[in-house]
Design a protein around this ligand. Structure first.
Ligand SMILES: Cc1cc2nc3c(=O)[nH]c(=O)nc-3n(C[C@H](O)[C@H](O)[C@H](O)COP(=O)(O)OP(=O)(O)OC[C@H]3O[C@@H](n4cnc5c(N)ncnc54)[C@H](O)[C@@H]3O)c2cc1C
Length: 269
């Protein structure tokens, strides 16, 4: 053996892709959405989340973010809170088209169709930015191939917080590509807790009282027919899970599909 073997060169692949912001839409002082380019090699299932961030002082500052766009889209979309003094969002809220954001190479999460057993109606229950993963799923044709009806609820404090109401209620059913598939099968049920509105009160209360089912013309929750995904704040997750367990629903995961799956929309401090 001679000693002229090639030297080992350590090449480190960044865990983040660099994507370009393509549009930004501010809904309120506390909520905004934005789109980015999508690396052709980046794969995810509709409903999953990814680490998203900005480079701050030469280092990545990432947070978990649900991808709001469907897996077939060649752009990525995110729906974000603006936390006052939040390390990431106090900076992220300032992004403009052309800026760079960091997107983790690996998506993950439990809000995926394969974590649920087959069923007839899919309920997507959300509060606040917990709507984000469902914006991905309701734009995925696979959802309508697996379920006869899809009910998406969005609970917020005020009507102004009901971002995407026009997209879900009007644009998607009229969409030239998805409209025919969606037809009348996508039911949008927004509700607010701090103002008068056609639907008012917490989603879990509207389920318990039977009002949700009466309003949409559906039978009450039945684990034989209904499948449920839940995403929102900690109190909502706790209450919604208790409602489902009391009705005989079993929690699922990719390893063991069930009747419902849950994901946190954020971690409380
Ligand atoms: C699985 C998962 C998916 C997530 N998806 C999203 C998403 O799609 N959109 C999004 O905006 N955030 C999402 N988050 C929250 C996100 O990771 C950050 O917490 C958020 O971007 C704020 O970052 P920050 O650094 O500004 O403040 P942080 O220091 O991260 O948060 C400060 C505090 O603000 C509150 N808070 C944080 N995020 C939210 C929120 N979304 N709604 C209400 N209160 C909040 C909490 O009390 C938190 O302790 C997700 C979190 C998890 C765990």
């Amino acid at each position: 053996m001679t000693g002229d073997a090639a030297p080992l060169v350590a090449t480190r692949v960044s865990p983040f892709l660099q994507e370009r912001v393509t549009w930004v839409r501010h809904w309120t002082d506390a909520l905004f959405s934005f789109g980015t380019t999508r690396d052709p090699g980046f794969r995810f299932s509709s409903g999953q989340f990814v680490m998203l961030g900005l480079e701050v002082d030469g280092r990545p500052l990432p947070r978990a973010y649900s991808i709001a766009s469907p897996s077939w889209s060649n752009e990525l979309e995110f729906y974000s809170i603006k936390v006052a003094n939040g390390p990431l969002t106090s900076r992220l809220k300032l992004i403009q088209p052309g800026d760079t954001v960091l997107v983790g190479r690996k998506a993950t999460g439990t809000l995926v169709l394969d974590a649920l057993r087959p069923g007839r109606t899919l309920y997507l229950l959300s509060t606040g930015t917990g709507l984000a993963p469902f914006l991905s799923l309701i734009r995925d044709p696979d959802v309508y191939e697996r379920f006869a009806r899809v009910v998406v609820t969005h609970g917020c404090r005020t009507v102004a917080d009901l971002s995407y109401a026009a997209l879900i209620g009007e644009d998607l059913p009229a969409d030239p590509d998805l409209g025919e598939l969606i037809g009348e099968r996508l039911i949008y049920y927004p509700t607010v807790t701090r103002e008068d509105f056609r639907n008012a009160g917490r989603i879990t209360d509207l389920i318990e009282s039977g009002r949700l089912f009466a309003d949409i013309g559906a039978p009450a929750f039945d684990p034989a027919a209904d499948r449920v995904m839940i995403c929102g704040g900690p109190a909502f997750l706790r209450d919604a899970k208790a409602v489902l367990l009391a009705r005989g629903f079993e929690e699922g995961s990719l390893a063991s599909p069930g009747d419902f799956v849950i994901e946190r929309a954020f971690v409380d401090s």
